[in-house]
Design a protein around this ligand. Structure first.
Ligand code: AIR
Length: 172
């Protein structure tokens, strides 16, 4: 007989819909803003640390298999020469949301790396840092809500909470 926590874990595992990737462990603190909101929307996700430059083969291999695993949206956060979102987009037809993370050039390097994709390979570029990490979760929820009335409802509740000031604006 399976225990209830184990059953919950199995359900969560089978319904993973969002992949959250980041270029380094050092990005996790800011990307936690994204994970917290995905939890708020009860959207199941997996988190991977992959680098377009340090682990290029593992990154492309992971991106190529997302769709067949049932993932619907990719969120990719990176700093510096932030090629992770673009690399993900190169290998999948899933929507890719990019989060530029601040680095030595105050994030301008990551912003330009993510926003200026060549035609034919879009990445939805969010704001820099924590605000972008949060918005990535909201945009992912909005994409999933197109086929999920439950997530649509959560988004509507979220907007009400925003208007009430229950979700304070993020620090830069
Ligand atoms: N990065 C890692 N591989 C490629 C890139 N662009 C980024 C990470 C992180 C920054 O480099 O996303 O924001 C610094 O990483 P680290 O590991 O040196 O702290």
């Amino acid at each position: 007989m399976l225990s209830i926590p184990l059953i919950r874990w199995c359900i969560k595992l089978s319904k993973t819909r969002v992949s959250v990737v980041m270029g380094s462990e050092s990005d996790r603190e800011v990307m936690k803003n994204c994970l917290t909101l995905l939890d708020e929307f009860t959207i199941s996700y997996e988190v991977k640390v992959l680098s377009a430059h340090r682990t290029p083969e593992a990154t492309s291999d992971y991106a190529k298999h997302l769709e067949s695993r049932g993932i619907k949206v990719v969120i990719a956060g990176a700093g510096g020469a932030a090629h992770l979102p673009g690399t993900m987009a190169a290998h999948t037809t899933l929507p890719v949301i990019g989060v530029p993370l601040t680095s030595s050039l105050q994030g301008l390097d990551s912003l330009y790396s993510i926003v200026q994709m060549p035609s034919g390979v879009p990445v939805a570029c969010m704001a820099l840092g924590a605000a972008g990490a949060k918005n990535a979760a909201v945009l992912a929820a909005q994409i999933l809500a197109l086929s999920s009335p439950e997530i649509k409802k959560k988004l509507k509740d979220y907007k009400v909470k925003l208007a009430r000031g229950s979700f304070p604006p993020s620090s830069p």
